[in-house]
Design a protein around this ligand. Structure first.
Ligand SMILES: O=c1[nH]c(=O)c2[nH]c(=O)[nH]c2[nH]1
Length: 308
């Protein structure tokens, strides 16, 4: 194998982005299940000669990667989570091709939800929901694994029990302190599982989809608090921390949680004219919704490292 000329360092990967695939599972009872995925494959492989001398003999074509997504979807004869599909795909690339040392698979699932008619589930009807289940896994040739699951686009809003006080005030600060405001965000969450080899992946009945739903519930419940009284949020930062902490406390197989929670502002509306100083006076009732600019608040919260 030809190495790069001395003094040049080459790190590379190649793959296929956003391969869209949909899969129907037809149950023997007539009930259909359905998933739609956007799959991105990236391979780390020994194909330096392609970069350095134009020799493509060790390149797995990205077109072949795309075809493999459809072959592996066909092979999933039972309802499959994005995590299981990513592992299935990653295992193929790392075991089938000697030159592939690692496969990075990212999947976003479109939120199709079974439709209910008069409270009863339809056998084959689905509607599009909102937040998306994601996964990002890396599989190494010798069975090492990094597996992350996540949520994208989880829009949450509460109309009270939020404030922001005691922050730095300087010559540029005009924001008033408040104990009463709207709190709105669109959560992007990801959490890394502690399983660090393929052999550690639990068999059924462990189910990544069920774990995804439970993590989402813990995040949402912590954001809103109890049904009637709610929970006071002194800042997005504090609420974010409590949400991540609740996930880490509840699920011992989660190593760390990353949360991105933009502070989406609803601005108080006050309208006045020269003749009428109070056409609309804000009384925590009429707001101007905005999406830009918004605060960007992000953190990764992990367990303390043991000092053993
Ligand atoms: O919860 C908040 N955190 C901030 O950092 C911030 N900054 C700001 O202007 N409003 C808010 N709200």
């Amino acid at each position: 194998m030809t190495g790069p000329p001395k003094a040049l360092k080459l790190e590379q990967s190649h793959g296929k982005g956003s391969v869209r695939v949909a899969r129907v599972w037809r149950g023997s009872d007539g009930r259909h299940s359905f998933a739609e995925w956007s799959v991105s494959v990236s391979l780390i492989s020994d194909c330096l000669s392609a970069y350095i001398s134009g020799d493509n003999s060790s390149i797995v074509a990205t077109d072949t990667m795309k075809n493999t997504v459809y072959v592996k979807a066909k092979e999933c004869t039972e309802i499959t989570s994005v995590e299981e599909f990513a592992i299935h795909l990653g295992r193929h690339f790392t075991s089938f091709y000697p030159q592939v040392t690692a496969a990075i698979i990212k999947i976003v699932e479109k939120p199709w939800e079974r439709i209910h008619v008069d409270g009863l589930p339809h056998t084959h009807g689905f509607k599009l929901g909102s937040e998306r289940h994601t996964t990002d896994i890396t599989i190494y040739k010798h069975g090492g694994l990094r597996i992350t699951s996540g949520i994208e686009g989880l829009a949450l809003l509460k109309t009270t029990m939020s404030g922001f006080e005691g922050f730095v005030r300087d010559q540029y600060t005009i924001l008033p302190e408040t104990r009463e405001r709207m709190l709105a965000t669109e959560v992007t969450a990801s959490w890394r599982y502690t399983f660090d080899s393929l052999s550690m992946i639990p068999g059924k009945p462990y189910c990544f989809t069920e774990r995804y739903l439970n993590v989402k519930k813990v995040l949402v419940d912590t954001f809103f608090g109890p049904l009637k009284e709610g929970v006071y949020s002194p800042s997005v930062q504090n609420t974010l921390y409590l949400m991540a902490e609740a996930v880490l406390k509840r699920f011992s197989d989660v190593a760390f949680v990353q949360l991105k929670m933009p502070n989406i502002h609803f601005l108080p509306v006050n309208l006045s004219s020269k003749d009428n100083p109070s056409i609309v006076k804000f009384q925590d009732d009429v707001y101007l919704p905005t999406d830009q600019p918004h605060g960007t608040i992000e953190a990764t919260i992990s367990r303390p490292v043991s000092k053993m």
